[in-house]
Design a protein around this ligand. Structure first.
Ligand code: BGC
Length: 756
């Protein structure tokens, strides 16, 4: 019976492979025919991705129309709305010589009009099904509005919370980052067959997440061994997940801007990993290489093309210089052909040659965008992303009766709910915490609100004129606002302080050197604590902040990140305990900025600190602060409590051919049902290169009823033990390993096994 099944399976696999081959042959033939009709200018035109529409106002449209007419645009960026996209597509389909359909791209990053939590928050859910679902809904909404290409996921590994773009990342761990990248790609792309499937764009290739000093766009340099072991896994996993496109990063690496870095794009991405999709530059990434100092407009364009960049986002450098550069022998027709082919292939795979108006069905927008169903999903997903950082087990969950004082600049600010990449949403619609809390608490409770303070002090606001929150600035003085807050607090049974960053304090171009809750919010928090009432800090942030003082002084801290359109309701659900928090940090929260970068999977060094010791001279440590972060990777509390039994292994020896099964029993020792993220880490005890103290290799989020025990099993294979050695070969070296399973990355006392 088994044999019959196997043959049926093999047969269907070979049939699928055959069908795929046939499809590819058909596509190749179609594109070869089409390209044989194209002039060099038209091929270069396909390589052009200008911006228009909501990004620039309509001012640029006229110029863009002409370019489309003349075959000088391959894809367009910034257009919103099916009718609007149709307008541009009509020009391509009716007025251009070859009638090649346009592709419409946009930064659909964490939702579309229904906004999901920011990516760092989504990562905190450790729930791949939910993350995939968020991308699927985003794709459904965006595609109903004309968009066929999302500039997402961002898979940069981030270890420096000063960098504002950590908000867009999945945090510090390569394995978790890889799993999330795959889930997002599955969610966006599906199998490309439906009008709801859009193309993903994996960014920012590569190493953009490691800028010197955490300053955006800054130089990156590191060993290639570190690059492969610690930064590349999510990119490689994305290729394996069939991502349709990659975006190059703004930074340089080894002295060459990535957008002209042949080693990264051609040697690694194309030749080693066999990526066969399309490579696009970042926004003006090509022309910015003039500022990097590697040449003039024509030189940087030729260098980008020859390094493997195929589409020019916004610089217009390919369009304006390549013909001449080719005549002068500085760029080649072969590179233009290869690039043009990849762009046409992307359009073909999306089905645009069959139906150029696939994403232009105007009726869909009403049906599919910002629906009650999508909003419901957004609320549920948001509740899974929140991380309970501290609880004295009395303050939270909130009782549903009595008086709550809700205080802080984030308590009733719709504009600050969605988070940074939500310009395509409606900033008036998001549910605020005040609204959510009132809804959830119902009529048995009174919720009184006071703003309490501005986000930043007057002096800071003066310096940051570009911050939108200036418009949210209160006309009253800090003293007046504080006074009102204290009166509100006096009458309450519990104070909920909604504090932190405004949403534009993180994201692109938003690095910070201080990672505190900004003044005057911290002053407000101190005054609220001085009332002697229980205080819950509801922390809004796009990055790990330094909460050392808060941890010592505030009874309960719930980190809600920026939770999207339904933030207010979702936060309220968690505060009252109708949803039990289950998020775990994907990035360490430092004890002090001076520790940065601080991450769990560091090396041991030759002089490690013995555990639980304060300063020791001639050891790798600081005189004035501990080595460990305040809240480590993988950390997060619940209203339940869980205990772990001993880990057992199916064998103590492993060969490349066999697998080990690790088993652990996890018990919910509380009276509340809850979910726990069970995390498995491995340490390579002896290797030819230095190895991290531990690395996440598997995890499972399990729901465990109050008082129940669940057995969790993980399979470990030789693949999980491999790393890039000094010669950059991906190998598993025989010897001893240690396997640890626990509730966060602090787990130790593992069980040993040997790889033969
Ligand atoms: C960002 C990209 C983004 C692009 C288009 C750039 O500044 O780095 O992440 O996709 O703009 O908006």
């Amino acid at each position: 019976m088994k044999k019959v099944l196997l043959s049926v399976l093999l047969l269907s696999f070979s049939f699928l492979a055959f069908a795929q081959e046939k499809n590819e042959e058909k596509m190749d033939q179609f594109i070869t025919d089409l390209m044989s009709k194209m002039t060099l200018e038209e091929k270069i035109g396909q390589l052009n991705l200008p911006v228009s529409g909501i990004m620039t106002g309509d001012a640029k449209s006229e110029g863009v129309y002409d370019k489309i007419r003349n075959g000088k645009v391959g894809a367009l960026f910034g257009i919103k709305g099916a009718a609007e996209c149709k307008k541009y597509q009509d020009i391509a389909m009716q007025e251009s010589r070859l009638k090649i359909p346009l592709l419409f791209g946009l930064d659909v990053i964490h939702g579309y009009e229904t906004v999901f939590p920011i990516p760092l928050a989504l990562a905190s859910s450790w729930n791949m099904d939910l993350i995939e679902k968020s991308a699927r809904i985003a794709a459904k909404e965006a595609s109903a509005d004309g968009i066929g290409w999302a500039f997402s996921p961002m898979v940069d590994i981030t270890r420096d919370p000063r960098w504002g773009r950590v908000a867009e990342s999945a945090g510090e761990d390569p394995y978790l980052g890889g799993e999330i990248a795959k889930a997002m790609i599955r969610g966006y792309q599906g199998d490309f067959s439906k009008a709801e499937n859009i193309m993903a764009c994996v960014k920012h290739f590569a190493l953009y997440g490691a800028p010197d000093g955490g300053r955006d766009y800054n130089t990156v340099d590191m060993s290639r061994q570190r690059m492969f072991n610690e930064y590349m896994h999510p990119f490689k996993a994305s290729v394996e997940a069939n991502a349709g496109s990659f975006m190059t990063a703004f930074n340089d690496f080894e002295g060459i801007p990535v957008t002209a870095n042949k080693y990264l794009i051609k040697d690694v991405l194309r030749n080693q990993w066999k990526f066969d999709g399309l490579v696009v530059s970042d926004y003006t990434g090509i022309s910015e290489m003039i500022m990097h100092g590697i040449g003039d407009y024509a030189t940087v364009a030729a260098r980008a093309l020859e390094a493997g960049v195929e589409m020019d986002m916004v610089s217009e450098a390919f369009n304006s210089t390549l013909v001449k550069s080719i005549e002068e022998g500085k760029a080649s027709v072969e590179s233009v052909d290869a690039a043009c082919r990849h762009i046409l292939e992307a359009k073909y795979k999306l089905g645009l040659f069959d139906d150029p108006y696939k994403y232009c069905d105007v009726a869909r927008s009403k049906r599919d965008i910002y629906t009650a169903e999508n909003r419901k999903e957004a609320r549920q997903i948001a509740t899974e992303c929140m991380v309970l950082l501290k609880n004295d087990n009395q303050t939270l969950p909130l009782k549903r009766a009595g008086k709550v004082a809700l205080i802080g600049p984030l308590a009733n600010s719709a504009i600050n709910m969605p988070g940074m990449w939500s310009f395509h949403s409606d900033f008036v619609k998001p549910v605020t915490l005040l609204e959510g809390l009132k809804e959830v608490m119902g009529t048995n409770a009174v919720v009184n609100y006071a703003k309490g303070s501005n986000f930043l002090s007057d002096a800071e606001l003066e310096k940051k004129l570009s911050y939108k929150n200036i418009s949210e600035r209160d006309g009253r003085s800090d003293a007046e606002m504080l006074k009102e807050a204290l009166v509100t607090a006096q009458n309450a049974d519990v104070i909920v302080a909604a504090l932190g960053e405004s949403s534009e304090m993180s994201g692109e171009g938003a690095s910070r050197a201080n990672l505190d809750i900004p003044e005057p919010q911290k002053t407000l928090l101190k005054e609220l604590l001085n009332t002697g009432k229980p205080v819950v800090l509801v922390l809004f942030t796009g990055r790990p902040l330094v909460l050392t003082w808060e941890h010592e002084n505030v009874p309960a801290i719930l980190n809600v990140w920026f939770a999207g359109s339904e933030a207010g309701g979702a936060i309220a659900d968690v505060l009252v305990g109708s949803t039990n928090p289950s998020g775990k940090l994907p990035m360490s929260f430092p004890y002090h900025v001076g520790q940065i970068p601080v991450y769990y999977n560091h090396k041991n060094t030759g002089r490690p600190m013995p555990p639980n010791m304060s300063y020791i001279k001639y050891r790798s440590n600081y005189q004035d602060i501990p080595n460990v972060p305040l809240y480590p990777f993988g950390y997060g509390l619940s209203y339940s409590s869980f205990s772990y039994g001993d880990v057992s292994l199916s064998a103590t020896e492993m060969t490349p051919a066999n697998k080990l099964i690790a088993t652990v029993k996890v018990t919910n020792t509380s009276t509340v049902d809850g979910a726990e993220v069970v995390q498995l880490y491995i340490k390579d005890i002896v290797a030819t290169s230095t190895r991290p103290v531990k690395e996440l290799k598997a995890f499972e989020k399990v729901f465990i009823k109050a008082g129940e025990t669940k057995e969790v099993k993980f399979e470990i294979s030789v693949e999980d033990l491999k790393y890039y050695n000094h010669d950059l070969n991906f190998v598993a070296e025989p010897g001893e390993f240690e396997l640890m399973i626990g509730t966060d990355s602090r787990v130790n006392n593992g069980i040993k096994f040997t790889l033969r």
